[in-house]
Design a protein around this ligand. Sequence first.
Ligand code: PEP
Length: 240
Amino acid sequence: MARTRLVAGNWKMHGSRASNRALLDAILAGMGNAGAQCAVCPPFVYLQQVAERLRGTPVAWGAQNVSEHAQGAYTGEVSAAMLADFGCRYVIVGHSERRHLFGETDAQAGAKFAAARAAGLTPILCVGETLGEREAGRTEEIVARQLAAVEFAGGVLAYEPVWAIGTGRNATPEQAQAVHAFLRLRVPPDTPILYGGSVKAQNAAAIFAMPDVDGGLIGGASLVAAEFLTILRAAGAKGS
Ligand code: PEP
């Protein structure tokens, strides 16, 4: 059975009520039969707005983070059950910005993944090496370690080399394929494995053409409807 192809937009800490509305309107107007699944992950405060706009449409939505705790005195945190409460489908777990800027550990990513699954959400687990780790030949060791901290089932995996995120320097299709093939052997066979890191309209088709790349997790380019739609179509066109 063919694996799900997915393009998910990580809006990071961008947006406003007005710009979100305009972006979603443009995506919905332009997507047609994209041939791949599509999701957007806005900041927490806009989830309700996005959920309402996307109700009854083919575009799913998700959160960018989730607490590993079920409830309690965790000021500023949002639980998986709260997200599930109003229809959230995906949640990004272990994004490199969470790991590097906010000190999230492999174990926390594992706990967040489990919390998301327990609430019926589909976690998108991010793994990836820094430039220093790649140059030291440690890419496989790092992604294997990050993955080993997670009881991986029922999720989406995203290979996101840290040196490619927001830098304009994407992995080559061959670099992405090599790591995806390595990861493919370590997750259930139906797991979609997305590539993330400076995917743009102009490089998406070549990256998505690789046999083990099932779509993308898109940061900056997901904020521009025309770019995002071209990337979505590139994922949809794969193998067709
Ligand atoms: C990301 O934040 O997950 C990402 C891939 O960002 P960008 O596409 O901007 O590199």
